[in-house]
Ligand binder design. Structure first.
Ligand SMILES: *[C@@H]1O[C@H](CO)[C@@H](O)[C@H](O)[C@H]1NC(C)=O
Ligand SMILES: *[C@@H]1O[C@H](CO)[C@@H](O)[C@H](O)[C@H]1NC(C)=O
Length: 279
């Protein structure tokens, strides 16, 4: 063996001892984010052996740290906007980025440190796809036809990826009860639902019911549906006028009857008198 290849072999063994094995992380490849809001990127990995991460770092694939527990290491553009909210000791490297800017697409990759050695992961990069406006809430009515003055229900739901600050709902009616639920529909994608009960106002005909979802960062989106209200007052009025009109037609028929009956009565009487007198 030449001295060169001996040195090479020595370095190879030494490097293998220094660099810990590469592990697999589990990060979505693409993930949606709403500009101005926050995004919580799910990230998980499994510890192997007795190696523990002393630090978790998120950086751009092209270089530049976006999260580090030493603030001075973070690019100015990302300072005070990023946080690992997962528990690294449990293999949870979930990242929150707040006040998302239109070009914060990444890809961003998770890395660790063991002692002071960088530890890389496979599948640890996420590409953020930006949405400029939130999606429209989906409204569901308990009943589409309701009586004025009755109590009914409606619900509105939206999906989002900012699970640290769920959207808030408001309605254009006085809400009696409001149940808010957050459910995970896919990895990192949440559905927030507001189910309300309210009293239907007096009136008749279509009424607009509107729910507005206000997302973290203040963007909002609303949805409107039509509630067909059956007003008691107007129905009663209708019944009464119906009754009046049937009474009217009864009178009319009665009068028509009289018009026929009277001449017939007269003719019969006259004829009767004539026949009686002739006898
Ligand atoms: C990781 O941490 C986040 C933030 O605390 C949490 O919402 C999520 O459920 C955790 N994931 C797992 C797999 O434990
Ligand atoms: C009800 O909503 C529809 C569609 O959103 C709109 O065109 C209409 O003007 C609204 N009507 C009232 C009374 O607000």
């Amino acid at each position: 063996m030449s001295p060169n290849s001996l040195i090479f072999l020595f370095l190879l063994i030494h490097i293998r001892n220094m660099v810990s094995p590469v592990w697999n992380a589990d990060v979505p490849f693409r993930f949606s984010a709403l500009t101005g809001s926050c995004v919580v990127v799910p990230c998980h990995f499994q510890y192997q052996g007795d190696l523990y991460l002393s630090r978790g770092i998120w950086s751009k694939k092209t270089g530049g740290v976006i999260y580090h527990n030493g603030r001075s290491n973070i690019l100015d553009h990302f300072k005070d906007r990023t946080k690992i909210i997962g528990n690294l000791n449990e293999g949870n490297c979930t990242l929150e980025i707040d006040k998302i800017k239109p070009f914060d697409n990444g890809p961003f990759c998770f890395q660790g440190q063991i002692e002071n050695v960088r530890h890389k992961f496979y599948n640890s990069c996420v590409f953020l796809t930006m949405r400029a406006s939130p999606e429209k809430p989906v409204m569901t009515l308990g009943l589409t036809e309701v009586d004025a003055g009755s109590t009914t229900t409606a619900s509105c739901s939206v999906t989002h990826t900012c699970s640290t600050h769920h959207p808030q709902f408001s309605w254009n009616v006085a809400v009696l009860t409001n149940k808010v639920e957050h459910t995970l529909t896919a990895r990192g994608i949440w559905k927030t639902t507001s189910t309300i009960s309210f009293t239907v106002a007096v009136g008749d005909g279509p009424k607009n019911l509107t729910c507005t979802a206000k997302f973290w960062g203040n963007k909002q989106q609303d949805s409107t549906d039509n509630l067909n209200v059956k007003g008691y007052v107007l129905i009663n009025f209708h019944l009464i006028s119906n009754a009046f009109s049937s009474l009217g037609s009864l009178m009319y028929q009665f009068r028509r009857g009289l018009l026929i009956a009277v001449p017939v009565f007269l003719i019969v009487t006259v004829l009767g008198v004539v026949i009686y007198k002739k006898r």
